[in-house]
Design a protein around this ligand. Sequence first.
Ligand code: HEC
Length: 595
Amino acid sequence: MIRDPRGVLLKITMVAAAFLLLPAALWPADGRKLFRERCAGCHGSDARGSGKGPGLAGNPRLSGQSVEQLRDMVQRGAPNAGMPAFDLPPEELDAVASYVRSLNAGVTVGPAAGIQDTWGKPEPGDWLTYNGNLSANRYSGLKQIHRGNVGGLRLKWIFPIPYYGLEVTPLEAGGVMYVTGPNQVYAIDALTGNQIWKYSRPQTQGLDGDASLGTNRGVAIRDDKVFYETDNAHLLALSRATGELVWEKTMPEEPQHYGGTMAPLVVKDTVIAGVSGADEGIRGFIACYRAETGELLWRHWTVPRKGERGSETWQGSEPLRGGGSTWLTGSYDEATDTLYWPTGNPFPDGDDRDRGGDNLFTNCILALDPRTGELKWHYQFTPHDVRDRDATEPPVLVDATYRGKPRKLLLHADRNGFFYVLDRTNGELLLARPFLRRVDWAAEIAPDGRPRVTTPKGCPDDAANWSSAAFSPVTRLFYFLALEECTGSPLGYPDQTGQRFLRALNIETGKIVWEVPQPEAAKAKTWSGVLATAGGVVFYGKPNGGFEAVDERDGKALWRFETNVRMKASPMTFEVQGKQYVAVAAGPNILCFGL
Ligand code: HEC
C-alpha cells in the first residue's frame, strides 16, 4: 500500500497513521537514517567527506539543486567516478535527497541565505521565528498570493504528526521547515513535506496542565541549531543538519508544576524561553541562555520574593507558587533593545483569600533588558485576577503615526475583553476599549491605566487567547479572533452563546471596522490564529475547521479549505524558489498550500 504509484493510498495511510498512532515502520522514509546506512561510508557520517567521497554538507555545488536533481544524481550515480547508482524505492530516494538538500540549507542562494545574519530583519521569503518576525505583527511582505488569485490556492502536501490538536507554527528557512509535536521535532522539505530528520523522546509522566496534554507551539532557529522546549521545561539545542542533541538545560530551579509548551525566541546570540503551569502552582520566570553553549545568562522571576519590588502587592503568605507563567513567545524591538513578554494568571486563580493586592507581576506585559533581564517597565492588565485572565495574548509591536504623532506602540487584545494600545517606550496607556459587546468586570480603564472594577467575577469568560493576531501597515487594522461569551458572570446574560468572531479593529479608536461571525461552531473551544500578507489577504482558522482567506479591507471571503478537524494553530507563509506557500497545522496534520 505504501508504494502505491499514484501516491493516493500512501497519503490516506499517512493520515490514518496519525490517528491510529501506528508504529514508526509505517512512517515516511527517514532521510538521515538512510544516509547513515547507504552513504556515510564514503561521504562521512557528518557528510563532511572522506577519502572515498566528497563532502555534501555546505557544498556550494549542491546548494542550488532541487530535490529532483539530487534524486536523479543518486539514482544514476557517477559509476566511473566512484559514486554508485542507487536503485531505491521512490520515497527513499526522495527522503535521502531531501536530507542532502537540508545539509545545504545554510548556503542556499537567494533570500534565505545566511540566516545567522538576517535576525531582526528577516528576508520577506523566510519565516524564521514563531511570529514570522520579532515584532509579532504576523504581517508578511509576500504578495504573490493576492486577492485576485487566492481562489486558486491548492493543497500541495500533508505532513502528519501522531498527535491530535497541533498548536505549532512552522518555521521555514532555506527550503527546510521545522515543526513540532509533543516531545517531537521534525525537519521537513518545505516543497514536498518529505521528512529530513526527526528528534523525539517519550512524553514525561506525571505532568499537569497543558504540558501533560502534549501541547507544543514550535521551535526557534539560529545558525546551525534548532531550539525546542520539552513538556517538562527542558530547553534543547538540536543540530540543524541532523536533529541530534547538542545541549540540554533543565529550566526550573526546583520541580514544582512546571511545563513547557512554547516556542523559544532567539534574540542576537541568546535564546529566551518561558514556562507554563500557573494553573497548578508555579513561580513563573523567563530565562535566557547563550545559544551556542546553553549557559544560563539570566532568569527574571514574575512573582517577587519577600522584600523584592512588587512583594507589597501580595498580602498573605509569601507567594512561593504565585503563578505568573510565561508560556507565550514574547516580542523584541531592536530600536529600543527591549524584550516584551506577557505573563499569566496568579495562583490559585479562583481563590484570592490568601493573596490580597494587585499580585504583581501576574497578567502583565513586562518590558525587559534582553542582556540582563532587568525590568524597564510593566503594565498590568488585570490586577488581582479572580477569573484566570492570563495576559498571554500576543504583544504586537508597531511603529505608526498615532493621533498625529509618530509613536512606538504595543497592541494587545487581552483576555479581559479590552483592546489596549500602549506606548512601548514607557508603558503609558494610550487607549483601552472593550472589543466585545458586553464587558462588565470593569466600567472602564481609567486614564492612569487602572481598571475601574465593578464586578470582579464579571464578563467576559475568555475574550481572546494566545493565538496569533496580525497588524497590516496598509489597512492599519488589527486582526484577531474574539469570543463573545459570558456564562459565569454574577450579572448573568442568558443570551451569551459563546460565538467567535474574526475582528478588525481601528487602532486609533479601538472600534470594530468589520467582523466575520463564526456561527457554525459556537461552542468549539479552539483557537486558531491570524496571518496578514502584503497580497491583501488575511488567513485564519475557523473553529469548525475551515481554513479561510478573506479580504483585508472588509473581511469578504475569498477562499476556503475544509480541514474538518479542530484548528488550534496559527498560519504562516513563506517563499521557496520564487513561489509563495501558506502552511498551517490542523488536527494531526501540517498542511501546505500553493498556487
Ligand atoms: C562508494 C562510495 C560512495 C557511496 C556509497 C555514495 N557516494 Fe556519493 N559520491 C561518491 C563519489 C566518489 C562522488 C564524486 C563523484 C564525481 O566526482 O563525479 C560522489 C558524489 C555525490 C554527489 C555529488 C557531489 C558533488 O559535489 O557534486 C552527491 C549528491 C552524492 N554523491 C550523494 C550520495 C548519496 C545520497 C549517497 C547515498 C545514497 C551516496 N552519494 C553514496 C561516492 C559515494
